[in-house]
Design a protein around this ligand. Structure first.
Ligand SMILES: [Zn+2]
Length: 437
């Protein structure tokens, strides 16, 4: 693979010291960062490199990590904007999903990859159709966690139990993507769609194969009421009793939490995914983000699917997460812009067990890098560049998105990807699907 040198004005490393390097260089080869530091001390001569990129006003940040999405749900973007979660799911989404073809889903995924790359996202945690996700990743190689969905408290729910017998097939599919870009997670959908037996089986299989568990947790008041009525426990207490809460759990939403729930999440080292736009749009409520961060719980960010939040833009989620807490808590001091950037990078990497590989720009980590145009009118003056990135930056300011050393997005274009075809096919398929509903 090519040896690349990138020179920029700043690198926001997101390393343990949160170093910001001025007049900086990053070098990488075979998908791995070999140097990140001052441009004066590059340990190679320029002739060593096949590819040299100089962005005099560029700001490099680690690739953003979207820890909860349903990538191909962009097929339903704008189709059901004004319903509560239960009706949204049962009356709109499930009937639409019953009409999806495999090709629809592949194109939904491909279009979402274009959106994510143009928004600086290099890694995402998906919860949707596994096979079609892998098909799409063969065409556009982002880094991903692919979730095997399980739900048995629905019509035909027994089919999901068969998946436990086909695990090797899922592992093989994930391994068919080169460079180890794909990791597998088990995905019990939620406590109201999964039986206790199913959740117990998930615990057993997760332990046996050391797999992440990705689940919707305490998203709505309705879910909390269901849990109280059926189990006499909060959703968190119930999940804890089953033994499913640990450092492998990626718990999406965690909106409605009692003090005791927060203690359990802390004690069991659960990773919580904040999806502020989705939670607001579906009128679910507000995650007590400040309380979770103060309890040292690992909180990362997600966009949820584009059918619920309409956008896969994590810059938007960083900003919204902070503003929402301030609006609710009336405390302008916490959390900060830096906290938001860490949630979208380092914390995401920790949540999916990849902190040794991604989440910061440091030697020996993977070259998942985003370069932003520091001369964008939105990002001047360069007084506090972290504040600028979180509060002012938009995807229009992104110059490069690099995944595992490959430039997948450059100045509005996607090198080696037929964007025109993907957009055209996607639109035809989505409109056909929606018009028959
Ligand atoms: Zn979701």
């Amino acid at each position: 693979m090519e040896k690349t040198l990138i020179e920029v004005k700043y690198v926001i490393t997101c390393n343990r010291n949160f170093d910001i390097i001025k007049n900086a260089a990053i070098t990488f080869e075979n998908g791995k960062i070999t140097y990140a530091g001052s441009s004066k001390n590059i340990p190679y001569s320029k002739s060593y490199f096949d590819n040299i990129i100089v962005e005099e006003d560029g700001i490099a940040i680690p690739g953003l990590i979207n820890c909860h999405t349903h990538a191909a749900m962009n097929l339903f973007r704008g189709a059901c904007d004004d319903l509560p979660l239960k009706l949204w799911l049962e009356k709109k989404i499930w009937p639409l999903e019953s009409k999806l073809t495999s090709e629809d889903i592949v194109y939904g995924n491909l279009l979402s990859f274009l959106e994510m790359l143009s928004c600086g996202t290099t890694t995402f945690v998906d919860f949707y159709y596994f096979n079609e996700l892998i098909e799409a990743l063969k065409i556009i190689p982002l880094r991903a966690v692919a979730t095997i969905a399980f739900l048995d408290q629905v019509p035909d729910g027994e089919v999901y139990w068969r998946r436990f017998k086909e695990l090797q097939k899922y592992f093989d599919m994930a391994n068919s993507i080169k460079d180890g870009l794909v990791k597998v997670a088990l995905g019990p959908h939620a406590i109201y769609t999964c039986s206790k037996e199913l959740l117990e089986k998930i615990v057993e299989v997760s332990e046996k194969h050391n797999l992440l568990v990705h689940m919707h947790v305490s998203e709505t008041l309705e879910e909390v009421q269901f849990s109280n009525k059926k189990f006499g426990l909060t959703p968190i207490e119930y999940l804890d009793k089953i033994g499913i809460l640990n450092e492998k759990m990626i718990a999406a939403h965690c909106v409605h939490l009692k003090e005791r729930d927060i203690n359990i999440l802390q004690e069991k080292r659960v990773n919580c995914v904040h999806n502020p736009s989705s939670n607001m749009k579906l009128a679910d409520g507000v995650m007590p983000l400040s309380d979770l961060l103060k309890a040292n719980i690992n909180v990362c960010l997600g966009t949820d699917g584009a059918a619920s939040s309409n956008s896969l833009n994590l810059f938007n989620e960083m900003r919204t997460a902070i503003l929402l807490q301030r609006g609710v808590n009336l405390d302008p001091t916490f959390p900060s812009a830096k906290d938001a950037l860490l949630m979208a990078t380092v914390n995401g990497a920790k949540a999916i067990g990849l902190y040794n590989h991604i989440g910061s720009i440091e030697a020996n980590k993977k070259a998942d890098i985003v370069i932003i145009n520091g001369r964008s009118p939105r990002l001047c003056p360069e007084y506090d560049i972290v504040s600028n990135i979180v509060y002012s930056c938009t995807p229009a300011d992104i110059i490069f998105t690099i995944v595992n050393g490959r430039i997948l997005y450059e100045r509005g274009k996607f090198p080696n990807i037929d964007m025109e075809k993907i957009v055209k096919e996607f639109n035809e398929k989505a409109l056909k699907l929606l018009s028959t509903n």
